[in-house]
Design a protein around this ligand. Structure first.
Ligand code: DAH
Length: 365
């Protein structure tokens, strides 16, 4: 390769030289201008050419060296300007953080937790029972007569008809779960948990039992075949009706505000005597009368009563020694009085545009 050709080749090489890191810039410098670099070596060769050639190519040789130095500077400053970003993707530390969308508590869970918390403050524990119940806990021990209409197929979802000979149901050993092999049903109320607690706990008992219940009802804007209740039970020596009323007054004021009042209307439940229905002064109209309270100024919020002595006895508690009160409320009903959702079915559609609107914080404000 002639000197001219070598100069041309190096010029082209300079033109195409690239460097992405400081190391590569240094490699380029060594390869071109270092002690054994291509341009340095070319100058050694140049020393030996004829003076004629020197005259002809001297200027081009100097231009080549200057071009190499210029190229070196360009590469160096480009790498410095890019900085460490060349090592990986660039990060803008001043950019706003990306937020993950947060889930929210279901409105029914919010109200259920709030009810449980209000009773927790006055010493009520939380107890649970199975959703698949036997006749004894859902009806029998609670004094429902064998022909009581609530046992009817119209109301109750039966899981399995009677077959006392079999003590395994769907692979579950019913002697372990405590479920009786006959007449299994989806519980129609959480009062069944009362029975389970009284059968296994020595008074004093103070407990609330939140949970799902099931009734064979047509689904509509105002009814569902699955809903939630919170049952309450207080059993001790000398428990009075006045304490029941005081407890429920405390609950309603804690839940709905200090201005609400309650009234009790005589009623009937098989497991309480006397029994009452509890009304609360309408929170919407303040008692003046509106659509929600059907212009009566009162809305019904729960059932309650003194535990029937026969029920205490059914559960192994001596009614001569102990008395108690019980109450039961629908969580959806309490939620409706707070959120006023126009259609009950919206609670179960799991549409995030609906669910997103509920937070515990919203409730407290
Ligand atoms: N179990 C009743 C129902 O489902 C509610 C109820 C009423 C529970 C009175 C009670 C009570 O403990 O004393 O409608």
């Amino acid at each position: 390769m002639s000197l001219t050709e070598r100069i041309a080749a190096l010029e082209a090489e300079l033109e195409n030289a690239k460097a992405r890191t400081a190391d590569e810039v240094e490699k380029f410098r060594v390869a071109m201008l270092g002690r054994n670099g291509a341009i340095t070596e070319l100058f050694e060769t140049f020393k030996q050419v004829t003076s004629e050639e020197k005259r002809a190519l001297g200027q081009r040789m100097n231009q080549l060296k200057q071009a190499a130095q210029a190229r070196l500077e360009t590469l160096r400053s480009a790498v410095e300007a890019e900085g460490p970003a060349q090592q990986g993707p660039s990060i803008d530390l001043s950019a706003p953080a990306l937020t993950e969308p947060l889930g929210s508590h279901h409105p029914i869970s919010i109200i259920r937790d709030r009810i449980v918390e209000v009773f927790g403050r006055i010493g009520f524990t939380v107890s649970h029972g199975p959703e698949v119940e036997d006749d004894h806990h859902n009806f029998g021990a609670l004094n429902f007569a064998p022909d009581h209409p609530a046992r009817d197929m119209q109301d109750t979802f039966f899981v399995r008809s009677a077959d006392p000979a079999q003590d395994r149901i769907d692979g579950i050993d019913t002697t372990i779960t405590g479920l009786h092999p006959n007449e299994l049903a989806l519980r129609t109320h959480t009062s069944s948990v009362q029975v389970r607690v009284m059968e296994t706990t020595k008074p004093p008992i103070r407990t609330v039992s939140p949970g799902r219940v099931y009734r064979n009802e047509a689904i509509s804007a105002r009814a569902h075949c699955m809903f939630h209740q919170v049952e309450g039970l207080y059993v001790d020596k000398g428990v009075s009706f006045a304490e029941l009323k005081g407890t429920l007054d405390y609950f309603t004021k804690s839940m709905f505000g200090p201005d609400v009042t309650i009234r009790m209307r005589p009623s009937y439940f098989p497991f309480t005597e006397p029994s009452a229905e509890v009304d609360m002064s309408c929170t919407i109209c303040g008692g003046a009368g509106c659509n929600i309270c059907k212009h009566s100024g009162w809305v019904e919020i729960m059932g309650c009563g003194m535990v029937d002595p026969a029920v205490l006895a059914n559960c192994g508690i001596d009614p001569e020694e102990y008395s108690g009160f019980a109450f039961g409320m629908g969580v959806e009903r309490i939620a409706q009085l707070i959120y006023r959702v126009p259609d009950l079915r919206m609670y179960w559609e799991n549409d995030v545009r609906f669910l997103d609107q509920f937070t515990a914080a919203t409730f407290r404000s």
